[in-house]
Design a protein around this ligand. Structure first.
Ligand SMILES: Nc1ncnc2c1ncn2[C@@H]1O[C@H](COP(=O)(O)OP(=O)(O)OP(=O)(O)O)[C@@H](O)[C@H]1O
Length: 432
C-alpha cells in the first residue's frame, strides 16, 4: 500500500541514482556525535574575516558554514518515504554570512571542562564512585566573537552553556584550552574578568535584600562610577527597563520576572565593554523581554558593546542575535547567522496540526502524516517540502480531518528546525 494516496507527490522512495538520495559513502564531513561520516568532529566557530585557524566553510560540496552534521542525515530523521527522499535530494542552500568586524573581542580555543564523578552513597563505611562517571560539560569548544557582536549560545538543558560562560567570566577554571577576552588571557588571569565584563548568572540571589534602585546604583559604584554618575546611571537604566515604579521595592518582594528584570538592570548599570548574560529573560513577560532586547541592542549600537547571550529560547535567538552557536552535549554543532543556519534546512516548511480529538486515521493522508510527525499530545509537527506541506494542508482543511482539527500553522523554518535537523533534542528548546 502506498504511503500516501490522493495522487499527491508523496510517493514511495526514489531509487538511488542521479537526482536520488546521496550515496552512503563517507563524505569526509564531521557528523553530529561523530557518527556516520568519517572525518573528525569540528567544534569551532569564527565570524567572517576573524580567524584563519578555523576555516569558515567546508570544502566538501554541499556543506555549509559550520554545520557539523552531514546534510544527508536529514533524510534519516523523517523516515524512509518519499518525503525523506526528496528532502535528502535537496541541495542545502548556501548561507550568506553577515560580515562582522575583523577584530575579536573574545577568542575561545579548544575549551574542555569536565566535572568530577559524584561519589555514590557510603556503603558499609566506604564511599565509592563505582558507576559514576565524570561529566564532560565542554568538549573542545572554539569560538570567535567579534567586537560589537551580539553572539548567542543556544542549546537545551545540560548542553554546557553555563559551564562555558562561567569559564569566560573567570568563575571556573578550564581543564584545557585558551580564553582571550579583549586581549587578556583569562585562563592565566581570571581575576581580570570582572573589570572587563558584566555577568548576569542564572541564579542571582545576592541582591535580594537590596531595593531595585540600590542594586543598580551599588553595581554602578562597584564598577568605578562616582556617586552622582552612579545615580544618573541607575535612573537611566530603571527608566529604560520600565522599572522606575518598582525602584523602592526590595528584590525579594518582587515577582520572578520582575526580580530577573531588576538583575538585568544591575548588570547593565556601569559600563562594561562585554556583557555576558545567562538566560536574562527567563520568566519575563513579552513587554519586559522586549525592553531587555532593546536595551542590549542600544548598547551595541551606541557603545559598541559585545554581548554573549545564553538562551534556549529560539525566538529570542532569531530576534536579537547576529550569530549563534548551537551547543549540544558540550560541543558546538553549528554556528552562523540565524538566517544562515535556517538556510541549511533549505525550503522545508513546518506544519503544525492541533487536533480536537482523535484524528481520522482512516483518511490515508492523515495516517501517513502521523507516521512522519513528531507528536506531543494533540499536536503533530511535520517538516515537509512546500509541495507536500500544501497537499497536507489541503487534506486537513476539508472533510473529516477538518472536523477533527482544532488549529493548524504553516511556518518557514526556525532555529528549532535547524537544531532538530542537526540531531538535537527539541524538547529542551523554548518557543515563546
Ligand atoms: N557543578 C557541577 N557538578 C557536576 N556536574 C555539573 C555541574 N554543573 C553542571 N554539570 C553538568 O554539566 C553539564 C552541562 O551543564 P550546564 O549547566 O553547563 O548546561 P546548560 O547548557 O547551561 O544547561 P541549562 O540550560 O539547564 O542551564 C550537565 O550535564 C550538568 O549536569
Amino acid at each position: 500500500m502506498p504511503v500516501f494516496s490522493l495522487g499527491l507527490p508523496w510517493a514511495p522512495p526514489a531509487a538511488p541514482g542521479p537526482g536520488g538520495p546521496r550515496p552512503a559513502a563517507p563524505c569526509g564531513f564531521p557528523d553530529f556525535r561523530g557518527s556516520g561520516c568519517a572525518a573528525p568532529r569540528a567544534s569551532a566557530c569564527a565570524p567572517p574575516g576573524i580567524s584563519p585557524r578555523a576555516p569558515r566553510r567546508s570544502r566538501a560540496p554541499g556543506h555549509v558554514g559550520y554545520v557539523t552534521r552531514c546534510p544527508r542525515a536529514r533524510g534519516r530523521r523523517v523516515g524512509s518515504g518519499a518525503v525523506a527522499s526528496s528532502i535528502a535530494r535537496a541541495e542545502p542552500a548556501t548561507a550568506a554570512p553577515r560580515r562582522a568586524p575583523a577584530q575579536a573581542a573574545l577568542s575561545v580555543r579548544g575549551l574542555v571542562k569536565s566535572y568530577p564523578a559524584r561519589r555514590a552513597p557510603r556503603r558499609r563505611g566506604r564511599a565509592t564512585a563505582a558507576g559514576a562517571r565524570p561529566v564532560l560539560a565542554n568538549d573542545g569548544i572554539s569560538l570567535e566573537v567579534a567586537r560589537g557582536e551580539i553572539f548567542g549560545l543556544l542549546g537545551p538543558n545540560g548542553a554546557g552553556k553555563s559551564t562555558l560562560v562561567r569559564q569566560l567570566t573567570g568563575l571556573l577554571r578550564p581543564d584545557a584550552g585558551g580564553i582571550t577576552l579583549l586581549g587578556h588571557d583569562l585562563v592565566r588571569h581570571p581575576r581580570r574578568a570582572p573589570r572587563l565584563l558584566a555577568y548576569l548568572g542564572q541564579e542571582s540571589t545576592a541582591l535580594d535584600e537590596l531595593t531595585v534602585a540600590l542594586a543598580a546604583e551599588t553595581t554602578a559604584r562597584l564598577r568605578g562610577l562616582d556617586t552622582a554618575a552612579a545615580r544618573r546611571e541607575r535612573d537611566a537604566v530603571l527608566e529604560e527597563l520600565g522599572l522606575t515604579a518598582l525602584a523602592g521595592r526590595p528584590l525579594k518582594k518582587l515577582s520572578g520576572g520582575q526580580r530577573r528584570l531588576a538583575c538585568v538592570a544591575a548588570a547593565l548599570a556601569g559600563r562594561r565593554q562585554v556583557l555576558v548574560l545567562d538566560e536574562p529573560t527567563t520568566g519575563m513577560d513579552p513587554v519586559a523581554r522586549r525592553a531587555v532586547w532593546a536595551a542590549i541592542d542600544r548598547r551595541r549600537a551606541q557603545e559598541g558593546t559585545t554581548v554573549l547571550l545564553v538562551t534556549h529560547n529560539v525566538i529570542e535567538a532569531e530576534t536579537v542575535l547576529d550569530r549563534v552557536a548551537v551547543l549540544d552535549a558540550g560541543r558546538v554543532i553549528a554556528c552562523d547567522t540565524p538566517g544562515g543556519l535556517k538556510a541549511t534546512v533549505g525550503s522545508e516548511v513546518r506544519v503544525e496540526l492541533v487536533w480536537r480529538g482523535e484524528p481520522p486515521r482512516d483518511v490515508p493522508d492523515i495516517e501517513a502524516a502521523r507516521r512522519l510527525a513528531s507528536i506531543a499530545g494533540r499536536r503533530w509537527t511535520l517538516r515537509l517540502p512546500p509541495d507536500l506541506a500544501r497537499a497536507l494542508v489541503s487534506t486537513v482543511t476539508q472533510g473529516p480531518a477538518f472536523a477533527a482539527l482544532d488549529d493548524f500553522t504553516l511556518a518557514t523554518p526556525s532555529l528549532e528546525d535547524v537544531y532538530l535537523a542537526l540531531g538535537g533534542r527539541g524538547d529542551g528548546l523554548v518557543r515563546a
